[in-house]
Write a protein that binds this ligand. Sequence first.
Ligand SMILES: *Cc1c(COP(=O)(O)O)cnc(C)c1O
Length: 402
Amino acid sequence: MNRRNTTYGPMTTAIHAGEDPDPTTGASAPAIHMSSTFVSQDVSGFSAHDLTPDSPYAYARWANPTTTMLEAKIAAMQGTEDCLATASGMAAASAIFFTFLSAGDHAVISDVSYAGVGELARDTLPRLGIEVSMVNMSDLNAVAAAIRPNTRLVHSESPVNPIIRLTDLAAVSKLAHDGGAIHSTDATFASPLGMDTGVLGIDLVMHSTTKYVGGHGDAVGGAVAGRSDLIRRMRLEASIHHGGILSPFNAWLIARGASTLPLRMKAHAAGAQAVAEWLETHPAVTRVIYPGLKSHPQHDLAQRQMTNCSGMLSFQVGDAATGQRIAQQMIDRFEVIHYAVSLGHHRSLMFWMETEGLMQTSFRLTGAAAEDYRAYAGDGIFRLSVGLEDADDLITDLDRAL
Ligand SMILES: *Cc1c(COP(=O)(O)O)cnc(C)c1O
């Protein structure tokens, strides 16, 4: 099915985009092409610079049919021209940073983000001569003030890991474009179906496909979806030169998961809403943050911007010592929920994230920025990725541990 066909609904698109019955065997399901090289029909050049978008498959670091199938599927779901699949979510982030930033450039990056992205931005980019401003992206004045003449990239995340704070993505796109920069966003928590990123003016949307897109906790991968000219540049730099490509086997697993993404996202959001509403009534819980709750500080923005509130929520139980104690109770008493990092799987996953520790390792925020973080996270949060189990069973499990 043609990747740019927009006449189909989201479920048909998720199932069929990128796929066609095998022309030789008639196989209805896509094949896994475990081939690193491809036999050539004509004498062609040896450099990636000789490739055009219509070039036949040559070598799997350039492209592989199974990976192409996944890329077409994600591009269709995200509503973008093209997509680059990468070895992991971090490979997707580095594909963006190392394709579009050079020494002397400046980037504005969310001051709270996936920890690995935050550490890459704080430690590696400055080492390479790239100036970075880490900014609270929910504060549009701060974003505007951070943009400089040499700003090439504004990188946001929404909802932001781990505190579920939102960014007004349309407004940040406008600020970035007015400043001559591109806007990339990490939409892993929202999934490709959580927001209409085209309407929001975002140039590049990245995902850790380890999370919702794959959805089953069995494959690590990443993707960046966006305009074909930008994706082409990333394919040359990030895949062909830096080499962080996705294996065809993982591409197949992730595409198989992606086929049911629309159904799964509806169920994740419904489960999270039920669990969040129950948590708000529990005496041990001091605060719940979920975009689908009226109590979310940016509930209006969530309603405007999010087409699915996803399965990610956070909640607090008081001070750090109480959090630590309850985390241990969860490890000891949970029967259904796994106490583990990661998210977006069919299995529910819980992890305790203490604020002071994260400030020292990943985020290193001080002053007002640290206070902004604490306004969403207090002394620490439980991050819950609500899976696809029956909400009543999750609630029973939580009640057992709180
Ligand atoms: C997990 C995650 C990443 C990193 O993805 P990997 O596949 O683990 O490399 C990046 N951003 C967000 C928001 C994530 O949750």
